[in-house]
Design a protein around this ligand. Structure first.
Ligand SMILES: C[S@@+](CC[C@H](N)C(=O)[O-])C[C@H]1O[C@@H](n2cnc3c(N)ncnc32)[C@H](O)[C@@H]1O
Length: 129
């Protein structure tokens, strides 16, 4: 496991594929949501490096991460991004990352229980460099 800022971490690779679920812009504070996990695992908190705390800068930051991921792929490799793109940001993000959208699949998230139960859809974007 590599623990660090995806905009800077050295990726070894080359990889056959990258599957990622990027932060939702301006919606969730992941450090607070998973505060127990940082404590339990003794991980250093990196709040200031969290992408998506504000919407500002989100597109540039995610594009930078995906561009790096694209460079770490073997020829023919794919990047799979699981996201709820309700702001319609990802066409621009993929273009800025030098990626081409191959497919956009809609996924009904219908296996939730308890408080999180409800109608929720997300997309699975499949992209190539
Ligand atoms: C939608 S969640 C995905 C969680 C993941 N799929 C999982 O099962 O743990 C987005 C994740 O991106 C992480 N994240 C935010 N900024 C980051 C950064 N600069 N580098 C690496 N990860 C980051 C958040 O902490 C959060 O865990």
């Amino acid at each position: 496991m590599l623990h660090g800022d995806a905009r800077e971490l050295a990726l070894e690779g080359p990889f056959d594929g990258v599957v990622t679920s990027p932060p939702y812009p301006g919606l969730i504070d992941y450090h607070e949501q998973h505060a127990y996990a940082y404590e339990l695992l003794g991980l250093e908190r990196r709040d200031s490096e969290e992408i998506g705390r504000g919407v500002k800068g989100y597109c540039d930051d995610i594009a930078a991460v995906l561009a790096r991921a694209g460079r770490a792929l073997r020829p023919g490799g794919k990047i799979v991004v699981v996201v709820n793109d309700r702001r319609g940001l990802y066409d621009g993000i993929l273009t800025a990352a030098g990626l081409r959208l191959e497919d956009r699949l809609l996924r009904h998230v219908n296996r939730r229980t308890g408080r999180r139960k409800g109608e929720f859809y997300e997309e699975v974007l499949i992209a190539t460099p």
